[in-house]
Design a protein around this ligand. Structure first.
Ligand code: FES
Length: 105
């Protein structure tokens, strides 16, 4: 499985503490800026398909809007709540003012 860096959004479109959902290579992926660092993770909660970009970002954790499941966006691991399965997380990089995400094809 090789690299598949996909252009996601302008870096300046992401502000600290905020999230945005993008469709990248057919996946709904959330981009989040935490203290100037960009993270990318699956936008659909593994519990009952809540849209994580509609939830809250709390430091390095995202809180699902439906049943308050909590995931660590650095690892995808469940921190609290109903979900049993982690969410996928993806490497990011910023090049020439654009955020890229490495999404498996
Ligand atoms: S759908 Fe996310 S916690 Fe239930």
């Amino acid at each position: 499985m090789g690299d598949n860096w996909v252009s996601a959004c302008p870096r300046e479109a992401l502000r600290s503490g905020e999230m945005t959902m993008e469709e990248l290579s057919g996946n709904e992926i959330v981009l989040a800026d935490v203290d100037g660092e960009v993270f990318a993770f699956d936008g659909i909660c593994t519990h009952a398909l809540g849209y994580l970009d509609q939830g809250d970002l709390d430091g390095y954790q995202v809180l699902c809007p439906l049943h308050e499941g909590r995931f660590d966006i650095r690892t995808g691991k469940v921190v609290a709540g109903e979900p049993d399965e982690p969410i996928a997380v993806y490497p990011t990089k910023v090049q020439d003012g654009t955020v890229y995400v490495n999404v498996p094809e």
